[in-house]
Design a protein around this ligand. Structure first.
Ligand code: URA
Length: 193
C-alpha cells in the first residue's frame, strides 16, 4: 500500500531513503562499492547510533557494523542495557572509502542529505555519535571527540551523546574503558527519562 505523501511511516521513509542510496552515483565511492550500506535497525528507535563509513565486511554484506568493531559495538550496547534490535545504526558515508581512508569533505557533503533524512524519519530521542566524523557532522563543532565524549549535548530536538569510535578502542585499553563507562552513563540517562 502506498501512503499519501507526508504520511509515510518511519519504516517506509527509511526504505525510500535506502532506495535513493542504492541508486546514488554522486561521488567516486560508487565505483568501488560492492554494496551500499544505508543503515539498519529499528525505524522507531529511541537511540540512533552514527559511525563513520562502511568497512570491508560492511561493504560485502550491505549492513553497518558487522565486522570486529560491530561485534564490540554489540557488547557496548549491552552496557547501556540496549540490544541491536532496538536501535538504529547508520554511518556518515553510505559507501566504503578505498582502504578505509577517511571520508573526504566533498563525499560528506554529497552524502549528508541521506543521513539528515534518516534522522528526521526516525526522530530518535538520543543520537550517539561514534568518533570525530559523526560528532562533527551532528554537532557542527571543531572540538574533538577526546573533549566531547561522555557528555550529553542538546541540539534542537535531539540529545546528542558523543563517544569514541569502537574501532579506535579495540587495541586501546584507555579508550575501551572510556567507551564502556560512557555506554553505562548512556544507560543511566535512558533509565532516568
Ligand atoms: N566503522 C564504521 O564507522 N561504520 C561501520 O559500519 C563499520 C565500521
Amino acid at each position: 500500500t502506498i501512503a499519501p505523501v507526508g504520511e509515510e511511516t518511519p519504516e517506509q521513509l527509511l526504505d525510500m531513503i535506502a532506495q535513493s542510496v542504492a541508486a546514488c552515483r554522486q561521488c567516486y565511492l560508487c565505483e568501488g562499492r560492492t554494496n551500499v550500506v544505508p543503515g539498519f535497525g529499528n525505524p522507531e528507535a529511541r537511540v540512533m547510533l552514527i559511525g563513520e563509513a562502511p568497512g570491508k565486511n560492511e561493504d560485502l554484506q550491505g549492513r553497518p557494523f558487522v565486522g570486529a568493531a560491530g561485534k564490540y559495538l554489540t557488547e557496548l550496547l549491552g552496557y547501556a542495557g540496549l540490544t541491536r534490535e532496538e536501535v538504529f545504526i547508520g554511518n556518515v558515508l553510505k559507501c566504503r572509502p578505498p582502504s578505509n581512508r577517511n571520508p573526504q569533505p566533498d563525499e560528506i557533503t554529497l552524502c549528508a542529505p541521506f543521513l539528515r533524512d534518516q534522522v528526521r524519519a526516525i526522530g530518535p530521542e538520543y543520537i550517539v555519535t561514534m568518533g570525530n566524523f559523526a560528532t562533527k557532522f551532528i554537532l557542527r563543532t571543531d572540538r574533538g571527540i577526546t573533549k566531547l565524549h561522555g557528555r550529553l549535548e542538546q541540539t534542537g530536538r535531539f540529545k546528542v551523546f558523543p563517544v569514541f569510535h569502537p574501532a579506535a578502542a579495540i587495541y586501546d585499553r584507555t579508550k575501551r574503558e572510556s567507551l564502556e563507562e560512557d555506554f553505562r552513563t548512556l544507560g543511566e540517562f535512558l533509565r532516568q527519562q
